[in-house]
Write a protein that binds this ligand. Sequence first.
Ligand SMILES: [Zn+2]
Length: 259
Amino acid sequence: MFGKIYYTVVVFLFGLVVGSFDNVAIYRIPEKKSLWAPRSFCPACGVTIAWYDNIPILSFFILGRRCRHCGAPISWRYPLVEALSGILFAAVFARVGFQWTAMLLPYLFMVTVLIIVSAIDLKLQIIPNKVMYPAIPAALAAMGAVSLARGDHRVIVDSLVGAAAVSVPWGLAALIYPRGFGMGDAKLAAFTGAILGWRAEVVGFFIGVALGALVGIALMLAGKKGRKSRIPFGPFLAAGALIALFWGQAIWDFYVGLM
Ligand SMILES: [Zn+2]
């Protein structure tokens, strides 16, 4: 019992550090800057951030939400992304534990990609190819490795079917009606499907559509968005995929049981 709590805390801290990297990726990928160099700097004054001012979550509050050098405000996005990454890493570990170590890394990889892509989509309404083009084959390769480790070819078959299940119809819809359907969303669905397998992917997709519709209607009623304005769909697909990661099989079994 103590052991499990101890490791969950370690995975949480690891998630915070990865969240710090997510913030770098969210800022630099759309700007077409290198992820690895230079070290983190203030986007307002350009001064390099010292390690003691770059501690996940804590530094944001210790610095009073401002750059130490120029006083420019630091976005709430930074601590939120770090906290979300830490919490989701810990939750994934609590869910799959060590006996499913083979799925731990693919799931943590999925969480990381979903956080980066959702934040960029919220900010700029794009799902960058620079993330999706490497992420999709990496997801398939990871599931191929899981398949080999378990000696069960059904894992990779499910992964391939999952990668196509939502993304192919969505991609075709995007070709026919590009104003209504985003090709970036289709790529994101290919990625989540590769890791979740087709059942959880389908469950997650419908949850994402339902969440997107609810929020869209709420924003329209609040007068914040017109009928024509576009709401980024990536974060909803991501939320659906995460719900499916934790409860997809249970939701699937429930519905199949009803029929
Ligand atoms: Zn500054």
